[in-house]
Design a protein around this ligand. Structure first.
Ligand SMILES: *[C@@H]1O[C@H](CO)[C@@H](O)[C@H](O)[C@H]1NC(C)=O
Ligand SMILES: [Zn+2]
Length: 234
């Protein structure tokens, strides 16, 4: 009897803490099992790893990137479906709460495929959970936030932009990610605050609201900071 109670207690503790962490479900569907890329997915990554890492990344995006500790701050997502699918043109595409990863891309990647796939999922899952001003946020900023997650997760490749790189603040991807990192240095927790503001709309003045400076001024300061640093060889 005592033993039974102990088991019961353990089960309850486990299940309640599990639901406390995340109620999102993850589904992985390999629609390309017989193609070279689909076979490579099965051999080098696999569905169990993919589901596990989706949970890890989900938690990271909520707690570290957006600091949405209150569930009411989060974008409501019940289930994220990830398809491995044979198509050309893009590495991956996020549509609603779903992600399609190209088996042709997986087939052709040279190097540690599991690492690359994980890095890709940091980017794509950020799209699933980020606020985009109901579509008003400039696409370069949306992509910059997704790459900012890759940067903070330490899953960026050697070719990732360096601080000070780029021509404009909304150039997108790694360039905008580095600029957001700079903004974080000006105003602590800049990215979570900006994301929160973008829940229902986008306004360029959000940058000024958060830092005291218009975005163009921030960009000039950012470029000037790293221009000087490079000139003197730091
Ligand atoms: C992604 O793949 C699913 C499953 O094959 C398909 O139904 C959907 O149309 C695809 N979406 C895009 C945007 O390619
Ligand atoms: Zn993207």
């Amino acid at each position: 009897m005592a033993l039974h109670s102990l088991f019961f207690f353990t089960f309850l503790t486990f299940s309640s803490s599990f639901h406390g962490i995340s109620a999102v479900k993850y589904e992985v569907i390999n629609e390309a099992t017989t193609t070279p890329g689909g076979i490579r997915f099965t051999n080098e990554i696999g569905i169990p790893y993919t589901k596990k890492i989706m949970g890890t990344i989900n938690e990271f995006v909520w707690s570290v990137i957006f600091q949405e500790n209150n569930p009411s701050d989060r974008k409501p997502v019940e289930i994220v479906k990830l398809y491995i699918k044979e198509y050309k043109g893009a590495e991956a595409i996020t549509w609603g709460d779903n992600i399609n990863v190209s088996s042709i891309y997986l087939e052709g990647y040279k190097g540690d495929l599991k690492w690359e796939f994980t890095s890709l999922l940091y980017h794509e899952l950020t799209h699933v959970f980020q606020w985009n001003g109901e579509g008003q946020t400039p696409v370069g900023l949306v992509e910059g936030v997704a790459d900012y997650t890759i940067l903070k997760a330490n899953y960026f490749p050697p070719a990732f932009a360096k601080p000070g790189d780029g021509d404009k603040w909304d150039q997108g991807y790694d360039f905008t990610a580095r600029f957001l990192e700079y903004c974080d240095g000006i105003t602590p927790d800049f990215v979570p605050k900006l994301n929160k503001k973008m829940r229902y709309a986008f306004n360029i003045n959000y940058f000024k609201d958060l830092t005291g400076k218009p975005v163009e001024q921030l960009w000039r300061d950012y470029k000037a900071k790293y221009f000087t640093a490079r000139k003197y060889g730091h």
